[in-house]
Design a binder for this molecule. Structure first.
Ligand code: FAD
Length: 328
């Protein structure tokens, strides 16, 4: 039976939220096509996540357990995925379009000579074709792209965060353990040090709530209000390019065309005008709250709820009300 295989990045022993979203979309396609829904996990102990992947509908879980996956290096990931794809023979392989996947996907596509549809917002299988929609030109346009399913060579697809909902569909998965066939000598990279960004307790790409600051946040006092709001909401902190360039927020906090793409359940934009290059990185958010003193700011065109006002006046009572609600 043909199959669709989803790659689930694992961090701290848990599959990523964006990976579970990709798996949910793959499961829908498997159900519609009468295919098998499979998943692959690479981790020091990959079998530990098999039950979770079964809960989200993976009927078969390929678990590659190796200490090499404790470090974010590409070569073992590409090697392991090539091995699992050769063993599983899927028609389509789905990836979450995360930063780590962006690094590995090109190398894997080249190695397998596989047709690849990267960073799509939607995809489906129609007959012998994989059809997808891909935001282009800072998400101003949507391109329809497609790849043909051919015997033996899977189509690789990476799905943008927030493009599917990670819904549970429990099955008891068959777990197939696969060994990483790679000796340490062939690894031509050395990871010397991982420098963790200061602050930002919550990972921006995986966060369910994001509070993002723009040029309206112009000094340390306003920044402290943004941090307080993020703290009370348990949110990750993002930023527009304007405040990253001002040095008020670190480059890894930048959201947008040349920053990260996020799709949380709740996105709070504080003092952000809503330039197209910024919106390209957050438009997939489920609920968008915009706080801006200019009622004509374009951010209100994409916002679910808007508060027109000066952030220094709006945030203190909002934070106090949220603290009160939490305490109650
Ligand atoms: P502004 O546009 O200056 O807006 C500030 C907003 O704050 C205004 O709407 C104002 O009304 C409001 N404000 C001011 N004071 C207050 C207050 N006290 N209370 C409430 N509201 C207040 N930008 C990105 O963000 N991400 C990207 O990835 C990105 N990539 C780019 C790539 C290219 C090739 C180019 C050309 C540009 C890119 N930009 C990107 C820049 C983008 O075009 C905008 O310049 C930028 O997003 C503006 O940031 P901002 O909204 O914070 O600032």
């Amino acid at each position: 039976m043909p199959s669709i295989l989803t790659f689930l990045p694992v961090a701290d022993g848990q599959p990523s939220r964006t990976g579970l979203e990709a798996l949910a979309r793959a499961r829908q396609i498997a159900t519609a096509q009468g295919w098998t829904c499979a998943a692959v996990a690479l981790a020091p102990d990959a079998t530990a996540v098999a039950e979770t992947l079964g809960r989200y509908g993976a009927e078969t879980v390929y678990a590659v357990s190796d200490p090499a996956f404790a470090e974010p290096l590409n070569a073992p990931v590409v090697e392991a995925l090539a091995t699992v794809i050769a063993e599983a023979g899927p028609s389509v392989v789905v990836f979450p379009s995360s930063e780590g996947v962006k690094d590995a996907l090109g190398a894997l596509a080249q190695r397998l000579s596989a047709p690849t549809l990267p960073d799509v917002a939607a995809f489906d299988v129609a007959g012998s074709t994989v059809e997808a929609v891909r935001p282009v030109m800072a998400a101003k346009f949507r391109a329809r792209v497609q790849a043909d399913l051919a015997d033996g060579t899977p189509v690789l697809v990476s799905l943008r965060a927030g493009s599917a909902t990670a819904e549970e569909a429990p099955v008891t998965p068959e777990v197939i353990e696969v060994a990483l066939a790679m000796d340490a000598g062939s690894l031509r990279q050395t990871l010397r040090e991982i420098v963790k960004a200061a602050g930002g307790a919550v990972d921006l790409s995986e966060a369910q709530v994001v509070v993002a600051a723009g040029r309206g946040v112009r000094d340390e006092a306003s920044k402290a209000l943004v941090e307080e709001l993020a703290d009370v909401l348990g949110a990750a902190i993002g930023a527009s390019r304007a405040v990253v360039e001002l040095g008020l927020f670190p480059p890894e906090a930048q959201i947008g065309q040349t920053g990260k793409v996020v799709a949380p359940d709740l996105y709070v934009a504080v003092g952000i005008s809503g330039a197209i290059q910024h919106v390209a990185g957050m438009t997939g958010s489920r609920t968008i709250v915009a706080i801006n003193k200019d009622a004509d700011a374009p951010i209100f065109d994409v916002a679910t709820y808007g508060i027109v006002g000066d952030l220094t006046q709006v945030l203190p009572p909002l934070i106090a009300a949220l603290r009160e609600a939490k305490a109650a």
